[in-house]
Design a binder for this molecule. Sequence first.
Ligand code: NAI
Ligand code: MG
Length: 499
Amino acid sequence: MTDLERRQDRAPVPSGWDYAPAPEARDIVTLEDRYGVFIGGELVDPRSGEYFPTLDPSTEEPLAEVAQAGTEDVDLAVHAARDAFENGWSGISPAERAKYLFRIARILQERSREFAVLESLNGGKPIKESRDVDLPLSAAHFFYYAGWADKLEYAFPNRRPKPVGVAGQIIPWNFPLLMLAWKVAPALAAGNTVVLKPAETTPLTALLFADVLRQAELPPGVVNIVTGDGRTGAEIVKHENVDKIAFTGSTEVGKAIQRELAGTGKKLTLELGGKAANIIFDDAALDQAVEGIVNGIYFNQGHVCCAGSRLLVQESIYEPVIEKLKKRLQTLRLGDPLDKNTDIGAINSKMQLDKITELVAAGKDEGAEIYQPPCRLPEKGYWFVPTVFTNVAQSYRIAQEEIFGPVLSVLTFRTPDEAIEKANNTPYGLSAGVWTEKGSRILSMAQKLKAGVIWANTYNRFDPSSPFGGYKESGFGREGGLHGLEPYLELDESEARGG
Ligand code: NAI
Ligand code: MG
């Protein structure tokens, strides 16, 4: 017997096909104990003197302390942005502006592993998503808008495009760096300067981005970053020297901002929540559709404004779809966000976990049937098992309210008209999915669905050239594409009509 045969003899066929741990090394990230605010090109101590800890939601361990920027800090940031706008940035040639954006994009690519690890550490999302989605898309947004910076006259012919001034940008915690990119890239391409506030639970990649700006030698004050909670956001919104507010977050805060800005003449775009229908017709390729359902609601733990959180299945295929879906859920791996095999990471915060838990309890109380695959949750950290509710009535809270977690509500329909009626029966209108073999049906559904983004035979696909945004309580204004430049420009109206 050869050595090899002998060894094989002693190594029995594995009893299971469990994945061995494959953790991404975290030592590429260097964290400070404490971070100030990024104003005028430097990280400075906050005038407020206040700090709060930011955590790793998968362990509840503190990662660092960040500033709770106050009135004076926001005021300094806005002044730095105003100064940079008036004394340089708005005056430099558009081709020069583009160079900075290209540089930022390239540096993000070069440092993408560092950013991906930090994004997963601070936000709880699986490394394979931050590595393969958040980072490439963030860099792509800067590349895309870099290309527009010196072509605004062609993009908006005869409308004399001019920058708006200082943009106040408030972003959420579900895609921290990507939302930063969606907001900062078009603002800079159009010649504005920025005061950005990341969400309180996920400030670290925005603070690392400050380092990218220094590396790119962006003139001081063009982008300022202040950390803090909603109070800091409210200070930006009401600051008289801010010309435009871009907000992504809850409908509740979006409405409050709109009320606050009424009559001030400040420009506003709002990207708020959603309760999207993902509609599966009986002629759809079922295995692909099941992958689309899973990607639609369990991607990023369901912390996605355009998540396909209401599944509408045609009655004739209800049983096979649910059976396949349950089987597929049993294969999802929940755990360490930094493990390359992880599909479902940690819930972003205790607050969000409480909200999900409460809505799931409401679903059970109201009479829906719950399915959760067998799954061991880690002892520390914030976790929620991927969940499917069947027997859901349209009136249930789980069919109406945004859960923003890995929880799917399943409804059925018989005819396309019924699918449209149910899909549109929501105060939101951000996105929808349609799965069918028929091209004509895709087109007719797309016309009748009241949603800003409609995916056909796919879900949660993003591209910087494609505008994103909603109707109704999902907000207004578009981000991405040519449309995404408009909120950051003053455009000559009369010329447009005349020309
Ligand atoms: P939120 O709307 O309170 O927070 C989003 C951002 O707005 C954060 O940066 C926050 O500090 C800031 N903010 C909060 N209050 C503000 C105010 N009065 N003025 C200015 N800025 C303010 O969202 P939250 O509380 O984190 O999540 C609550 C729910 O909102 C979630 O469960 C989810 O349903 C929804 N949501 C939707 C998002 C989306 O992408 N459309 C993103 C985050 C949350
Ligand atoms: Mg809030």
